[in-house]
Design a protein around this ligand. Structure first.
Ligand code: SF4
Length: 726
């Protein structure tokens, strides 16, 4: 077995390092690394939310294995999950608060000094320029209890609404799309749908790379048709029964064409439309011009493939509509999400297991952030502008209602704009790395240079962002702290601390408590709280009666494979589908049949920049690589960034296999890139993954955002290819 693995992944594994561990049923365990105990937890990378067991020896996690009892993965894990313990002992862990010195070096300081400097500077900036001159950028990686504490601290403790998460860079269009269609955020479906739908329609979703364990559920489906719609022939597309290689941003045209055919051929679920939706007449008028010929022309797809897709959806008894960043990463992401919802609604594919529109989230706890972070909305899917919601929260929190914010503050790109314009003078970045992940890096760097103070709280240092910081706060990461994550299917699972954090690092929860103490507001914000369980108890109360109802969730239930909200007296074991009664969270209880038309891409190609750059991920790495680039196994599997180029394009630019190339856009260039010549990419496009800080794709991307959600248009910008001679 070991030889086979070595052969497959080309690793230099010393045979004598391996032996059967104390648990031969689960395979090989290094003889020197046999755990003393196993701790149940949940993966802290992606939103699939796999259950796992952490093997602990002394104060180190020495092994990870899949939890056979967890319904999400039943023992399976992807390469990132299997090696998740390695980053904990990386030499790049942040282990002490650090203050930038006048000569640019960092000096280790104690927590008291760090908190004092942070709070004094923020308060002095706010006294001079107003409370909104302080901004906060958070993440989708914290535990829900940490999001909840951070939200209260920022909105009420520091009194600024200029607060958002990096979830805006991946999921905010899904949130807005759901709110527009259903009156609330909340993915209606679940993974059971993948195992039971007769048609699985994946649009802009490369789950084989980005959510690999979802195949675990598709694999269980006895009979299904998988349709994959993507401009690139991804690994997921290669597994499809029908692949639709459409033009970039023409997903809207395809959806309009499918809606047209369904209406024209009377394949709609008229009963569902009449009883549970509004806007059907307007939708019919809108869809009228999108006949088969028009759709084929606009999408670049053959008519037979469009018809085959239409027939599958029209005749499917249970259709699962799944999407990820291919839809969200667009200036029209929010409206595209609503259009997918419309297609699901008119065919009656909602409210039943297997029949649902469902966003597949990116980060492990982007959902927890959406539910309780108090950034884009107040906790429990409430609305800032709703007086009843504000009153309810103020009462629950025992605070003056007048202190509740009445509108959302700046979103992520607006915060960067605010910094660039000099309106935001102090910025606190928590567990995210914009110096790799934010589009148009030149513009971002120009903005950050204007700050009076940049505070970066992270588990790792140095990162490109901590290096720019005036103050670095060292944070505990997955495996070192307790709380819960919500996955893409609304399943709330327990993540447990198995080992202590290194050096002086503290959990984000503890840092929030300490800062509240420093502000003199700890008891007011967090009455009687001593640990994250106290925050969870408050979350249960605050969510009671809301769509994301946690009131019936207990720590015991979470620890037994998680539980899907809403979980309450009516649903003590949680719920697999939302909107089973056809009643939505709009004023009249009906879903909105919304539609849109495709617009031009935010940036044109021309003779100088003739290719469209598509961006995405690879299974071996995670986001900006602060965790996975330190894992030898993952780095050996995917050691550097590459550009995927069609053979015809390579010939045109005089590129041959093993050449190095540069990609150049109107904003910047990335040199010395490995080229992969492959038929999987269209001749007019190139593809590059975004995990590699030293080959940062966001030097090239365009600062164009969905005006409704603030989500960046990462997927298309104009570039040219040049040979790079070392
Ligand atoms: Fe973790 Fe996602 Fe891999 Fe599961 S699929 S092990 S949640 S990274």
């Amino acid at each position: 077995m070991i030889q086979k693995i070595k052969h497959l992944i080309g690793l230099d594994i010393k045979e004598e390092e391996y032996a059967y561990g104390n648990d031969p049923e689960h395979g090989y365990v290094s003889a020197q690394k046999i755990p003393d105990r196993w701790v149940k937890s949940t993966c802290g990378y992606c939103s699939v939310g796999c259950g796992m067991l952490l093997g602990v020896k002394g104060d180190r996690i020495v092994a990870v294995r899949g939890d056979e009892d967890h319904p999400v993965n039943e023992g399976d894990l992807c390469p990132k999950g299997l090696s998740e313990h390695h980053p904990l002992t990386s030499p790049d862990r942040a282990v002490s608060p650090l203050m930038k010195q006048p000569d640019g070096s960092f000096k280790a300081v104690d927590w008291d000094t760090a908190y004092g400097h942070m709070v004094d500077t923020i308060q002095s900036v706010q006294a001079k320029h107003g409370p909104q001159s302080f901004g906060v950028l958070s993440t989708g990686q914290l535990l829900t209890e940490e999001f909840y504490a951070l939200g209260k601290l920022v909105q009420l403790g520091f009194g600024t609404t200029n607060y958002d998460g990096n979830t805006t860079l991946c999921m905010s269009s899904a949130v807005v799309g759901y709110k527009q269609s259903f009156g609330s955020d909340g993915p209606p479906g679940s993974y059971k749908g993948l195992a039971t739908a007769d048609v699985i329609f994946l649009i802009g979703a490369n789950i084989a790379d980005n959510h690999p364990i979802l195949w675990h559920h598709i694999r269980k489906n006895p009979e299904y048709k998988l349709i994959v719609c993507d401009p690139r022939k991804t690994k997921t597309a290669m597994l499809a029964d029908l692949f639709l290689p459409l033009k970039p941003r023409r997903d809207i045209d395809l959806l309009n064409g499918l809606i047209h055919l369904i209406i024209k051929n009377r394949k709609v679920d008229q009963n569902y439309i009449d009883n549970h939706t509004t806007g059907y007449e307007e939708l019919c008028q809108h869809a009228a011009p999108f006949g088969l010929e028009v759709t084929a022309l606009r999408t670049g797809l053959p008519e037979e493939k469009i018809l085959e897709t239409y027939e599958a959806i029209a005749n499917g008894k249970k259709v699962f509509f799944g999407w990820t960043m291919g839809i969200n990463h667009s200036t029209q992401g929010s409206d595209t999400v609503s259009l997918i919802n419309t297609l699901a609604l008119i065919t009656g594919n909602i409210g039943r297991t297997g029949a649902a529109p469902m966003s597949i989230t990116g980060q492990c706890n982007a959902m927890g952030s959406r539910e309780f972070s108090f950034s884009s909305s107040p906790p429990g899917y409430r609305k800032f502008e709703n007086e009843t919601d504000r009153k309810e929260l103020a009462e629950l929190w025992n605070i003056d209602e007048g202190l509740m914010p009445t509108a959302r503050g700046a979103n992520y790109p607006e915060i960067i704009d605010g910094v660039l314009e000099g309106k935001i003078k102090a910025l606190w970045v928590v567990a995210t790395n914009p110096l790799v992940s934010f589009p148009d890096q030149a513009r971002l760097k120009k903005a950050l240079a204007k700050l009076e103070i940049l505070i970066v709280q992270d588990g790792f240092h140095p990162t490109p962002t901590t290096q720019l910081a005036d103050l670095v706060l060292p944070a505990a990461i997955w495996g070192e702290k307790d709380g819960c994550y919500t996955n893409s299917e609304r399943r709330v699972s327990r993540a447990n601390a198995a080992v202590p954090p290194p050096g002086l690092a503290r959990s984000d929860f503890q840092i929030c408590m300490d800062l509240a103490e420093r502000l003199g507001k700890r008891e007011w914000l967090f009455p009687g709280w001593t640990c994250s369980e106290d925050a969870f108890e408050e979350i249960r109360q605050v969510s009671k009666g809301r769509l994301c109802d946690y009131s019936g969730i207990t720590i015991e239930k979470m620890g037994q494979g998680g539980i899907q909200w809403p979980c309450n007296a009516a649903n003590p074991e949680g719920a697999d589908s939302l909107y089973t009664d056809g009643v939505f969270k709009t004023d009249d209880g009906k879903a909105r049949l919304l539609f849109t038309v495709s617009e031009e891409l935010p940036e044109d190609v021309d003779n100088s920049y003739r290719l469209i750059l598509n961006t995405g991920r690879t299974v071996e790495h995670w986001h900006t690589g602060t965790k996975t680039r330190n894992v030898a196994l993952l780095n050996k599997l995917a050691p550097e960034a590459w550009v995927e180029v069609n053979p015809a394009t390579a010939t045109y630019f005089g590129i041959t296999p093993h050449d190095r190339v540069s990609l150049v856009s109107r904003r910047g260039r990335v040199d010395d890139l490995l080229v992969r010549i492959a038929e999987t990419i269209h001749p007019d496009h190139v593809f590059m993954p975004f995990h590699f800080a030293e080959k940062c794709i966001n030097e090239l991307t365009v600062a164009a955002f969905d005006p409704k959600s603030g989500e960046p248009n990462y997927k298309q910008c104009a570039v040219r290819l040049e040979r790079f001679d070392r």
